[in-house]
Design a protein. Structure first.
Length: 254
């Protein structure tokens, strides 16, 4: 048996078949001892040969299956540089990458879009929109002409919503997002690069902080925004990321 061509499952199937041959061989011996006729020549000698061969093949099969299992366990538990041949890990990491990119867009919606909509939206009349756009540019975008995200963070900081630490966290999340989007092939090939799980919790805290402030400002009765509900479902139910009992996406009185 060429062990290089067998998978763990094939090893086990081969072992079971070999044990079946051993059982058949002993049945031949039993028949010969009871004086039954046989067309196989010397039944006892043939049975002994089959039994020895089958037992050796069976032991070899089980050892091969054990070796395959140990190799698979080592592949998962011990660090190595490549995960190209680990489809389960690749699928998991690609799912996390997609979840992070989606979560970042939700963060952008909370920080940038909600602020812009507070000045004007698609439903604003064209005449009023021109006025509100100028106000938005002078009051918000002027805080950082290169980045609407950072400018919006600075405006929210001025309102007491975000702190300097929060703004640094947003920038770190932005860099992680760009890293994932621009280096996605590295996620498939390299074991040295992965999606930082801890940043999901930080992102959730920021979305919660900003959305709750907007809800309170609007006098809404809801304790959670749609983004908070969707983000909680996406992270905990789909990606199985445990945000803990003190999840920032849950209302405090729940």
């Amino acid at each position: 048996m060429n062990s290089d061509k067998f998978t763990s499952r094939e090893y086990l199937v081969h072992a079971v078949q070999s044990i079946g041959k051993a059982w058949t061989a002993w049945k031949i011996v039993e028949s010969s001892q009871q004086g039954r006729t046989s067309d196989t020549g010397d039944p006892t000698g043939l049975a002994i040969f089959w039994t020895i061969d089958a037992l050796l093949q069976g032991v070899s099969g089980f050892i091969g299956a054990l070796d395959e299992s140990v190799a698979a366990k080592e592949l998962i538990e011990y660090p190595h540089n490549y995960k190209l041949f680990e489809p389960t890990i690749i699928r998991h990491d690609l799912m996390l990458a997609g979840q992070f990119l989606t979560a970042f867009e939700m963060l952008m919606g909370s920080i940038v879009n909600q602020l812009r909509v507070s000045f004007y939206s698609d439903r604003t009349s064209e005449e009023e929109k021109e006025i509100k756009k100028k106000e938005y540019v002078s009051e918000v975008l002027a805080l950082d002409v290169k980045s609407a995200l950072h400018a919006s963070c600075l405006w929210l900081q001025g309102q007491g919503v975000l702190t300097e630490k929060d703004i640094l966290a947003v920038d770190r999340i932005r860099r992680v997002r760009n890293d994932i989007a621009h280096r996605l092939p590295a996620l498939v090939f390299s074991r040295m690069w992965y999606v930082p799980i801890d940043q999901f919790t930080v992102l959730a805290e920021l979305v919660s902080k900003v959305d709750i402030w907007w809800l309170e400002r609007a006098g809404a009765k809801e304790s959670r925004s749609g983004s908070m509900l969707l983000l909680e479902y996406m992270l905990e139910s789909v990606a199985h990321i445990d945000l803990g009992e003190e999840s920032p996406l849950r209302p405090k009185n729940s």
